[in-house]
Design a protein around this ligand. Structure first.
Ligand SMILES: NC(=O)c1ccc[n+]([C@@H]2O[C@H](COP(=O)([O-])OP(=O)(O)OC[C@H]3O[C@@H](n4cnc5c(N)ncnc54)[C@H](OP(=O)(O)O)[C@@H]3O)[C@@H](O)[C@H]2O)c1
Length: 251
């Protein structure tokens, strides 16, 4: 599970163009149709009392995943878990991290560094999935912030040297996730990371949610664009009164 990955295109398909497959023999497309079985993994959600955390917890639990939501206060997590049902459990963030195999970071950007620093030991060895979008808001709307480390995900990787850090779930609508009448979440999830096995676990987790598909989208150094795209989606949502998601074609 921890072997070094080569998420980059194979020699047969590597090129400097944005379309590495152009003009070359198509490589077998194993991914994203052949992913590991993740049904036995426990998923923790730090900041799981918020809109995004609750929504993801609800969807994963509804798909049969064991889920523990975390909070700075255990009682808030327990209360939110009871409201969500579907077997979701609640704990303080540290215990949530310790009890989980995969830990989604769903706290606001403001609290990101402080939260992860405090949980470094609890998150050691865990597969961490960062979904944080560093954004600012002014009278023109949302805009992307550029973290010193390059992105929220790279900040997580810098703060958690003993964890396996990936990034995903940035473009979801918490409103759709939380709506029990919505049967399928029609969106692709761009998954970034350094280790192929870790990325594939996250892709498989996304694929547990009906309608959702996880697609490998690069190394962590390219997380900034993915995190920033949310500023554009917020503009789309405001103009069209929508809950826009993202679909990647020809994959
Ligand atoms: N909302 C969306 O649709 C959406 C979609 C994709 C990605 N995201 C990303 O997901 C993250 C969470 O979004 P959200 O809308 O769920 O945020 P939120 O509701 O504002 O916060 C989530 C939870 O984080 C905890 N929290 C608040 N301030 C904190 C701080 N300073 N330090 C540590 N924990 C703190 C709170 O839980 P406790 O008080 O119980 O600890 C809160 O319930 C954000 O980074 C966002 O960019 C959101």
């Amino acid at each position: 599970m921890t072997s070094p990955a080569d998420p980059a295109p194979s020699a047969a398909t590597s090129a400097t163009s944005a379309d590495p497959a152009a003009g070359s023999k198509p490589a077998p497309r194993k991914d994203p149709w052949d992913l590991p079985d993740v049904s036995a993994l426990t998923v923790g959600v730090l900041g799981g009392t918020g809109d995004q955390g609750r929504g993801l917890a609800y969807r994963l639990a509804r798909a049969g995943q064991r889920v523990v939501i975390g909070s700075r206060a255990a009682e808030r997590a327990e209360q939110a878990a009871a409201e969500l049902g579907a077997g979701v459990e609640g704990a303080d963030n540290a215990e949530c991290a310790r009890r989980s195999d995969v830990v989604i970071v769903a706290v606001p950007w403001d609290g990101h560094a402080k939260t992860l620093e405090a949980l470094r030991d609890d998150l050691a060895g865990k597969l961490v999935v960062d979904c944080v979008n560093p954004l600012g808001f002014d009278k023109k709307g949302a805009y992307a912030l550029k973290p010193e480390e390059g992105s929220a995900a790279e900040q997580a990787a810098a703060l958690l040297p003993d964890s396996r850090v990936t990034a995903a779930f940035h473009h979801l609508s918490a409103v759709l996730l939380a709506d029990p009448a919505v049967e399928e979440i029609e969106t692709d999830v761009m998954v970034l990371g350094e280790v192929r096995d870790d990325v594939e676990i996250v892709q498989a987790l996304a694929g547990r949610i009906p309608g959702m598909r996880g697609v490998y989208a690069g190394r962590l150094r390219n997380a900034h664009q993915v995190e920033s795209l949310v500023a554009n989606l917020i503009s789309v949502n405001r103009r069209y009164r929508a809950h826009a998601g993202v679909r990647l074609t020809d994959v």
